[in-house]
Design a protein around this ligand. Structure first.
Ligand code: ADP
Ligand code: MG
Length: 399
């Protein structure tokens, strides 16, 4: 996965030229279509800034939401361009209401603008089909291509995959590079002990990552609703917990195969429902009442997982430990985040991947205390599963 990056481009390629940059500006908007969280926009700034500083003009492509291949005003990137302009006060940022075609090409050649954000790539039916003709049109918008949209790299779309074949050189941006470095190094060459923490709602969505990580880690700590399917496999009462009945057999087989490396919660925080937080209490894992659900790992588990994290050198976390959106079921997730923050301080490499886990760390105000918080939920998961990301594969190999 050694790809050429934007830092290695020569002045002859960059200066005075148009950089076509695929970014991931898929940000949340409120009813007035104002950006409510600009994390992803800020994550692309180092690459944009580097290109501007080196004398390029920057032409940006991104998707936003799921407009299903036709223009949909609620998914316009216009307000995102406004926010980008605020983040780059010394630069002239403009929006173009077209994605490809004469109007877009004219915008890309508009020398009165330093940065041009083109309209949503998913307004075009060819985008998600990785259409070659569309990719050739996109290639006309720049003199070279930079992919900084790690969060979209697991999709072979016209703006992430095919375009890289027609707009050369095609290189990785700084955010893309950072993501691949952290996730790649953790998998290929982790400092040990290497501990993975996996949670979230469904074991079915995480099984490939469990399989891929088990042979590599010293311990795999399981939390979230996923744990309940394992409990079922162990013959425990799981009450009204989220269990995937068709995965119980698989869970049983995994337990049998993985020995002491697969670690399950010893206790659980249960309640009759998510709304009944006031009735939350801890039970041993074999004591889940028939009319209650496990909604978080219990305090003993949070403490022992915390100790395992603090004695590790590499920690990779994907998936919250409980229904963290609803306190008090955020306690386990918070404990993991704090333990990881402490581990970072002690010199460990700490990596958070997964949209909801990243949001939980952000909310806890601990994002800056992690070595790396991945901006790509699905992409980081597929990378950890050992899959090839088409948006990465399409870029030029490092010499
Ligand atoms: P990520 O986005 O970090 O990969 P997932 O999408 O897999 O994480 O899972 C996040 C969701 O899992 C959250 O919405 C959370 O409420 C839910 N969840 C975690 N633990 C439980 C549980 N015990 N019961 C039900 N839902 C849970
Ligand atoms: Mg999620």
């Amino acid at each position: 996965m050694n790809k050429q990056t934007v830092r290695e481009l020569t002045d002859a390629v960059v200066r005075g030229r148009r950089a076509l940059v695929r970014v991931d500006f898929n940000v949340p908007l409120d009813d007035a279509r104002r950006v409510t969280d600009d994390t992803r926009i800020r994550a692309a700034l180092p690459t944009i800034q580097l290109l501007l500083d080196r004398g390029a003009r920057v032409v940006l492509l991104s998707h936003l939401g799921r407009p299903k291949g036709k223009p949909t005003p609620e998914f316009s990137l216009e307000s995102v361009a406004a926010r980008l302009g605020e983040l780059l006060p010394k630069r002239r940022v403009r929006f173009a209401a077209a994605t490809v075609g004469p109007e877009a090409v004219a915008a890309s050649n508009d020398t009165t603008a330093d940065v041009v954000l083109l309209e949503n790539t998913r307004f075009l039916a060819g985008e998600e089909k990785n259409d070659e003709a569309l990719a050739r049109q996109m290639a006309e918008l720049g003199d070279f291509y930079v992919n900084d949209a790690f969060g979209s790299a697991h999709r072979a779309h016209a703006s992430t995959e095919a375009v890289a074949r027609f707009c050369k050189p095609a290189v990785a941006g700084l955010l893309m590079e950072k993501e691949l470095q952290y996730l790649g190094r953790a998998l290929a060459n982790p400092k040990r002990p290497f501990v993975a923490v996996l949670g979230g709602s469904k074991i079915s969505g995480k099984i490939d990552v469990v399989e891929a990580l088990l042979p590599k880690v010293d311990a795999l700590l399981v939390g979230g609703a996923m744990a309940c399917t394992f409990f079922k496999a162990m013959g425990f009462e799981t009450g009204t917990s989220l269990v995937e009945p068709d995965r119980v057999e698989m869970a049983r087989e995994l337990i049998a195969r993985s020995g002491t490396r697969l670690i399950l919660p010893h206790d659980a925080t249960v309640a009759p429902s998510i709304e009944a937080g006031a009735q939350a209490h801890a039970v041993k894992r074999d004591g889940i009442p028939a009319h209650a659900a496990m909604l978080d790992i219990g305090p003993d588990t949070a403490a022992s997982y915390g100790r395992a994290i603090k004695s590790a050198k590499t920690i990779l976390w994907n998936g919250p430990m409980g229904v963290f959106e609803h306190p008090p079921f955020d306690a386990g997730t918070g404990a993991i985040a704090r333990a990881m923050a402490e581990a970072t301080t002690k010199g460990a490499t700490t990596i958070v991947g997964g949209g909801d886990s990243a949001a939980a760390v952000e909310e806890a105000g601990l994002a800056s205390k992690m070595s790396h918080v991945s901006t790509g939920g699905g992409a980081s998961l597929e990378f950890l599963e050992g899959k090839t990301l088409p948006g990465v594969a399409a870029l030029d190999d490092a010499p």
